[in-house]
Design a binder for this molecule. Structure first.
Ligand SMILES: NC(=O)c1ccc[n+]([C@@H]2O[C@H](COP(=O)([O-])OP(=O)(O)OC[C@H]3O[C@@H](n4cnc5c(N)ncnc54)[C@H](O)[C@@H]3O)[C@@H](O)[C@H]2O)c1
Length: 416
């Protein structure tokens, strides 16, 4: 039996009531043919590869959901996604109804989408925009699915954490795209690790060694900001560097197995192969970190973008009685990238208890940022110092009329 709160509601009743309250503000326009009073209306912000994929995962996993709005900084990206969605047939076709006046382009496109009556957003821009957009989404009363990582700097993590707390107060369901947390194989294995199956965990290992996802040459018609945003995987302020952008998946698993975030780190790395060309921005191409947790356990992490390197992506924890790959003591029954959307929609509908995974992903993002800071500076760093760091990487005043020079590439000993 669930505990009741002061107004006599259980947590589940409350989540259901708040979800229904969202539906009650349907406008005449949105109550179009494909909607009924239970339909969850979805807006996608960031219509690239993952945004389109996340929409498909959500629609494949859930009924009575309808994508009604799109927002992207660039029109061609929005059009590409819209055309892809509109080519769907069968069951998926019935879950898409995007009118022209629900398509928004530009740096303020997210604000326009948030001003519509969508119940929930899928957020899949590059991470630089996440804290500001997610805060605005929660202020606007939307349920949230957001991709990882959730920021590229500590001020961004702090803002995101405020949004997470506000979402809890408003009972807005909130799921983050660290999909391993929604995999049955990982969930069952980590439960067993927490219950002592491999004894006391002494250390963890986390790897994301692969090649560079992309880097584009500048087109003559692209101004500075357009180039930076289209080539977002190559600047620290837009992507966070590879340890933050990709390696978060593995670091998140080890944090999960360790029941929290590390308290300090020493790290090194550098830029071994990348030429000093604008298309490669200011990123490094390799990091290695030794993180220490409060109980003295360690995590050794390796991440790199080396061309022609074989993908080597995994996690492992080692305990006093054995070791585990963190997913070898359980079995998956569904694609976790679909399951995360099923979990979100079930929470919104009150079918399952209120779900908010924001803190764990903010902590894992911060763990990666802390490793990056320790490597760039060559200094040992504590969690407290990293989290309160005030270096703001993302410019406040993004504009297509301004210049956004690259770099400098961080040099340990020189970088503060
Ligand atoms: N969970 C996973 O396994 C997984 C897999 C792939 C990508 N991702 C994450 O998804 C995010 C997007 O990655 P992607 O591969 O789709 O990149 P992408 O470049 O294909 O798409 C990003 C989109 O966001 C748009 N955008 C940029 N700034 C914007 C802004 N201010 N407002 C609105 N739109 C904006 C871009 O124009 C582009 O269309 C990244 O954070 C990435 O880490 C997660």
């Amino acid at each position: 039996m669930e505990k009741k709160n002061q107004s006599g509601l259980t947590r589940r009743d409350f989540a259901k009531a708040s979800a229904l309250a969202g539906f009650a503000i349907l406008t005449a326009k949105s109550a179009a043919a494909k909607t009924n009073s239970d339909t969850i209306k979805i807006g996608l912000i960031g219509c690239g590869g993952r945004g389109s994929g996340a929409v498909q995962d959500c629609l494949n996993g859930n009924d009575n959901v309808l994508v009604v709005a799109l927002a992207d900084v660039f029109e061609d990206r929005l059009k590409g996604a819209r055309e892809k969605f509109e080519k769907h047939s069968g069951k998926l076709k019935d879950k898409i109804d995007i009118k022209d006046d629900m398509c928004f382009v530009g740096l303020d496109a997210y604000k326009k989408l948030l001003a519509t009556d969508v119940d929930m957003i899928i957020h899949a821009t590059p991470p630089y925009a996440r804290p500001q957009h997610i805060m605005a989404a929660v202020e606007a009363g939307k349920h949230v699915f957001t991709e990882k990582p959730i920021a590229t700097d500590a001020p961004g993590v702090r803002l995101f954490l405020k949004a997470v707390e506000m979402a809890k107060e408003k009972k807005l369901s909130f799921v983050t795209g660290t999909q391993r947390r929604h995999s049955k194989a990982y969930i069952e294995t980590i439960d067993k690790i927490h219950n002592g199956e491999i004894g006391e965990v002494l250390y963890g290992r986390a790897y994301w060694n692969g090649s560079l996802p992309f880097s584009h040459e500048r087109k003559p018609e692209w101004n500075d900001l357009e180039y930076r945003l289209r080539n977002w995987y190559n600047q620290i302020w837009t992507c966070g560097d590879n340890i933050v952008e990709q390696h978060i998946h593995n670091i998140d698993v080890v944090n999960w197995a360790m029941n929290g975030h590390p308290v300090k780190v020493v790290a090194s790395g550098g830029r071994a192969w990348k030429p000093r060309e604008e298309k490669y921005g200011d990123l490094w191409d390799n990091f290695s970190c030794d993180f220490e947790y409060a109980n003295g356990a360690h995590m050794f992490s390796y991440s790199r973008h080396w061309n022609d390197s074989k993908d080597d992506v995994w996690e492992q924890v080692i305990g006093t009685k054995g070791k585990s790959s963190c997913n070898d003591l359980g079995k998956d029954d569904k694609n976790p990238m679909q399951q995360e959307h099923i979990d979100l929609i079930n929470s919104i509908r009150g079918v399952t208890p209120y779900l908010n995974t924001g803190v764990e992903t903010a902590e894992s993002t911060m763990t990666c940022i802390m490793g990056r800071m320790a490597a760039y500076t060559g200094q040992e760093l504590t969690w407290e110092d990293a989290l309160k760091n005030d270096e703001k990487l993302v410019p406040d005043d993004l504009s297509f009329d301004k210049a956004y020079p690259i770099g400098p590439i961080p040099v340990p000993g020189k970088k503060k």
